[in-house]
Design a protein around this ligand. Structure first.
Ligand code: GLA
Length: 721
């Protein structure tokens, strides 16, 4: 398709000026006006069938540009053209449709070109109708006389009519150890910007997901809910621009979503293509549907090996930090095997030769075992694990370097920096993935570590600092601001190469906790470390928020001593995620060891449900709930089995909530057992699905930091052991 408009400026190469997109249960319609400018004619549950009641020109812009028809509202695409012109006016040029990767799916590219410049923007969409999650992004290229600069490059910019009670929910707290904090507030006139910075671990500040209730409060079962996720391992931005409508209660909302362009204007040379992050979004009826859709789509399009049940991991970080030797680790491996874990994960501190990693101020970059701590290297540890019938995993932070390391002494020019002296953060620098040798080095870290640790089948990939001195020697002086976008693609290239080279190795994604928890980066991983904050009281709420978007198979949850909570409660909280331990198992007394073993037994019976079943939220510990209690269930697709987790988080004077375990088969009888993990599960009888859905089980917790795990199986189903 030619990039220029036809000579007389008329729109060409499209048969129909109306473009419809069926996203699976919802969709949108765009239509071009007589000048070829695109307008959003429909959006929402029947958005793909919208009829034009009036001429297209009366509908909102489909994707506003700076200099477009509306001079008083912010643009989603803002560019300085090669000759200095700051306005962009796009016309429909054509529509490309091709079959998508799955049956019934399609990829649509709506091609537009500027009225005057040889500049092209494609509005792209890929459906996943089986789930109802739609992926959208933009692609920009040009053949102008010199580079153009992209100042704003949002991936989507839908327009909504919202009610006066419309609300937005964001997920972000104070930063490290405070991920996934839930905040719901009303959408009032003005522009609300919800963004993140820092480049490497921006999601520590704010998870790149957002929920909007355009007509006011929704609940699990009903009410419109729009959910968006930005697939971007870099800085992100949601901007909600709300305008009153004269004399009406309804308001206009323009939601712009994409990479955060702050400090990141992109200088694009002729002939090159700029591709924005994918934004995945849906328009659901109730929060349950939003979660069903995101879980189905995450399993289908994001997670590696989605059907593989994740191992029960025992990690040593919280029990040893950097202070261990071979004997200590072998002891922990033994104890991990004793309680029934599947895999031992050796965390930070095992490497560094001339600059041993005894603390976080040395050794990063030198990926050879520290022979003072581990005289025989990693092999004796792996042998110990194999002897005890469990797997071995290891921690690396391949993108980072301590100044006190051989790597830095050899390659001081490999770090991310501008002309100033770079600043240390956690005593380390980030390596610059735009330097070719750096990417090769990072890939080779895995080859080397895994070759030296034969039998290792799991790696935790960490990244523990943000970018503070943005710049790259791989970019020209006038392209430095491109680094924020280019780094993400370069890092993803490394991840892709590693995943391809080691297809059998399970990868955990970590960045000081949940600093990289986005659906884009997760494509090369099996799971993520949800947060360094493992206080189970906080974790109930974090996992509640995170579980709206990600299935529990991806959400690592380890039992630790954080917060000094009762061990049975900590175990019960971790059991509703991808279960594991980060405890000094060797120091536990008999009673606590029994709690751990009992919890492993519960995990063995329930982890397929937790990881692959349907999540149902029963009692909310956030926002609309009374915050003192939580309950959630996972139900298998055939409704034969379920596991319910009840948490009394705090003391509460509020009356106990109803425990309505719906989603089971009304006519089926289920055997029910209950445990608080201090004793083995005790049978409480046989109840029908209808009875369970009608509150036959009552809330039975009163004391703070106590929990119950309720297992439900259809009378004919035999428990797995
Ligand atoms: C980060 C991770 C922790 C641990 C430490 C090791 O903080 O989130 O789980 O691995 O690094 O330094």
């Amino acid at each position: 398709m030619a990039i220029a408009n036809s000579e007389d400026g008329a729109v060409e190469q499209h048969d129909d000026l109306t473009i419809r997109l069926d996203a699976g249960g919802w969709g949108w319609t765009w239509s071009a006006d007589d000048d070829g400018r695109l307008h959003q004619v429909g959006l929402g549950p029947s958005g793909a069938d919208a009829a034009l009641d009036v001429d297209a020109i009366w509908y909102p812009d489909a994707h506003p540009t700076w200099g477009g028809p509306d001079p008083v509202r912010p643009p989603a695409l803002r560019i300085t053209h090669a000759d200095g012109t700051t306005t962009t006016r796009l016309r429909l040029h054509g529509v490309e449709r091709e079959s998508g990767p799955d049956n019934d799916d399609e990829i649509v590219r709506i091609v537009t070109t500027d009225e005057v410049f040889a500049f092209r923007a494609k509005f792209c969409a890929r459906t996943h109708r089986a789930s109802g999650v739609l992926e959208q992004w933009i692609e920009v290229d040009h053949e102008e006389d010199g580079p153009v600069t992209l100042w704003d490059y949002d991936s989507i910019a839908p327009a909504f009519l919202i009610g006066p009670e419309a609300r937005v929910t964001q997920f972000g707290g104070a930063g490290w150890a405070d991920e996934w904090a839930w905040t719901t507030e009303q959408l009032t006139p003005g522009t609300k910007v919800l963004d993140s910075l820092g480049g490497v671990q921006p999601h520590l500040q704010r998870s790149p997901v957002l929920m909007i209730e355009p007509n006011g409060p929704a609940d699990e079962a009903s009410g419109e809910v729009i959910g968006c996720s930005i697939l971007w391992g870099g800085n992100t931005r949601f901007a909600a621009d709300v305008r009153p409508r004269s004399g009406e209660q309804a308001r206009d909302l323009r939601l712009r979503v994409g990479a955060n362009p702050l400090g990141a204007h992109y200088v694009l040379d002729p002939g090159r293509t700029f591709t924005s992050p994918v934004v995945a979004w849906t328009w659901a009826n109730g929060r349950q549907e939003l979660t069903d859709r995101f879980h189905a789509w995450t399993r289908a399009r994001v997670l590696r090996d989605p059907d593989r049940t994740r191992p029960i991991v025992a990690n040593n970080w919280e029990s040893t930090f950097f202070d261990f030797d071979e004997q200590r680790i072998v002891g922990l491996i033994d104890r991990a095997a004793d309680v029934g874990a599947d895999l031992f994960l050796l965390d930070d501190g095992w490497f560094g030769t001339s600059s041993p990693r005894d603390d976080d101020d040395a050794g990063l970059g030198d990926w050879e075992p520290d022979r003072r701590k581990l005289p025989g290297g990693l092999a004796p540890l792996i042998d110990a694990a194999v002897d005890r019938g469990i797997r071995f995993g290891i921690w690396v932070e391949p993108e980072m370097v301590n100044p006190d390391s051989d790597l830095f002494r050899e390659h001081p020019d490999w770090v991310i920096r501008d002309r100033r002296e770079p600043r240390e953060h956690r005593n380390q620098f980030a390596l610059d993935p735009l330097v070719d040798e750096v990417r090769d080095f990072e890939v080779a870290v895995f080859d080397r570590v895994l070759a030296g640790a034969s039998g290792t089948s799991y790696v935790k990939w960490d990244a523990n600092r943000p970018v503070t001195d943005p710049g790259s020697r791989a970019l020209r002086n006038d392209r430095q601001s491109n680094s924020w976008v280019d780094w993400v693609h370069a890092t993803w290239e490394v991840m892709e190469r590693v995943a391809a080279a080691h297809p059998d190795v399970e990868l955990m994604l970590c960045a000081s906790g949940g600093g990289r928890t986005d659906h884009g980066t997760l494509r090369w991983f099996h799971e993520f470390w949800t947060s360094d904050n493992t206080d189970p009281v906080t974790r109930v709420r974090m996992q509640w928020s995170c579980g709206h978007w990600f299935p529990a198979s991806a959400m690592a949850a380890h039992v630790t001593a954080w917060g000094g909570r009762p061990l049975p409660f900590a175990c019960a909280v971790a059991l509703s995620g991808r279960f594991g331990f980060d405890l000094d198992l060797a120091a536990l007394d008999e009673a606590d060891t029994a709690v751990c073993s009992r919890s492993v037994a519960v995990a063995r019976r329930t982890q397929d449900l937790v990881q692959h079943g349907r999540l149902r939220r029963l009692v909310s510990p956030v926002a609309d709930g009374d915050r003192s209690r939580a309950a959630l269930a996972y139900i298998d697709p055939a409704s034969d089995r379920a596991v319910v987790f009840c948490y009394q988080i705090e003391d509460s004077a509020a009356p106990p909530p109803d425990l309505l375990i719906d989603g089971l088969d009304d006519a089926t009888n289920y055997d029910v057992t209950i445990t608080d993990l201090t004793t083995n599960p005790r049978p409480v009888g046989r109840l029908s699905g209808a009875e369970l859905g009608d509150g036959a089980l009552v809330w039975d917790l009163t004391r703070a930091t106590t929990a119950q795990v309720i297992e439900v199986s259809a009378a004919r189903v035999v428990h797995r052991t």
